[in-house]
Design a protein around this ligand. Structure first.
Ligand code: BDR
Ligand code: CA
Length: 312
């Protein structure tokens, strides 16, 4: 039986690839909806980009909702320096024709979790956790109904990317992250420790390009654009495709390895705001709340991505 999922996202080229991977994998998952949040770029762009990606995949029936346009109590921090002015910079894309749903993303999340049998809907956040946390605050009864949250965010050994101590998705809305990490919902976390081990390379991007499809060309072009930032920053050969790790986990969990540990979010210190304090070595007695991944079979990950994108 395919897992029912809601993708909560701030596209973002890597979010876009994650959405494509999900839409190409109906045996493993049914995408009930895509909820956009402010993050990499402001909300009007993330909700538009989500629809552009659905149209590219030819899946115009997937409902797309706009959610929160700012973090719970902070000013929005964006990442145009990574993703470009539109969030999906690369080849120019036409504006989407498919509609944006009129319902607020938070209400869609609440309503869906109340409607579907308890324990049958998985949330897949690929951006700041604002929509999820606001839904949990608004409707605490839904928390126990979530099957699992599989998210991209945080770092332990890699520490941070947007600040020396914090990863972008958690940093943008640390209060939301704290609500989610303390919610008691089973969490699977794909931190930078994993994504920085799944770098693009010429051969891996050429494999997308050689699919000979519009999707393959677009993913290759997005990756080329997105790569330049990390290549310049880290001096690496390629760049991490962060968000598709979440969807790859739903298809082939064995690609990833990690530890079930306590992860707490720093919400006070100016210096380390948004840090994911991960008790990897088990030195506290804080309760375990997350499966925190640390390893990935990168070749297997890229093989899966290429095989699935070929279907679109
Ligand atoms: C995360 O931040 C965003 O820029 C990416 O889309 C990813 O979700 C990586 O830190
Ligand atoms: Ca993202």
């Amino acid at each position: 039986m395919p897992r029912k999922i809601i993708i909560d996202t701030d596209p973002g080229q890597d979010d876009a690839v994650a959405i494509l991977l999900a839409l190409a994998s109906p045996e493993e998952m049914t995408v009930l909806g895509i909820t956009a949040v402010a993050g990499n770029v402001p909300l009007p762009l993330t909700q538009k980009n989500a629809r552009i990606v659905c149209e590219l995949a030819g899946k115009v029936d997937v409902p797309v909702f706009a959610g929160c346009d700012a973090p719970i109590k902070r000013k929005l921090v964006t990442a145009e320096h990574v993703h470009g002015k539109t969030g999906l910079d690369g080849p120019p894309m036409a504006d989407p024709v498919m509609p944006l749903q009129s319902q607020h993303a938070v209400d869609f999340i609440v309503e869906t979790l109340r409607r579907e049998p308890a324990g049958t809907v998985t949330l897949c956040p690929l951006g700041p956790l604002t929509n999820i946390a606001v839904a949990f605050q608004k409707a605490p009864d839904i928390v126990a109904r979530v099957q699992e949250i599989v998210l991209m965010g945080g770092a332990y050994f890699e520490v941070g990317n947007i600040t020396p101590a914090a990863e972008f998705n958690i940093y943008v809305d640390p209060e939301a992250a704290e609500i989610v990490f303390k919610s008691g919902v089973p969490l699977v976390v794909m931190p930078l420790d994993v994504t920085h081990k799944a770098l693009t390379s010429k051969a891996r991007v050429d494999a997308f390009r050689h699919l000979g499809t519009q999707v393959g060309d677009m993913v290759a072009a997005w990756t080329d654009f997105f790569e330049r930032f990390d290549v310049a920053k880290y001096g690496s050969q390629g760049a991490p495709l962060h968000d598709p790790c979440v969807i790859a986990y739903l298809i082939k969990p064995d690609l990833f390895s990690g530890r079930h540990i306590n992860v707490a979010i720093e919400t006070h210190s100016d210096l380390t705001l948004g840090m994911t304090v991960a008790d990897w070595w088990g030195v506290t007695d804080r309760p375990k709340n997350a499966m925190f991944m640390g390893g990935v079979d990168a070749d297997g990950f890229y093989a899966l991505l290429t095989e699935r994108l070929a279907r679109l």
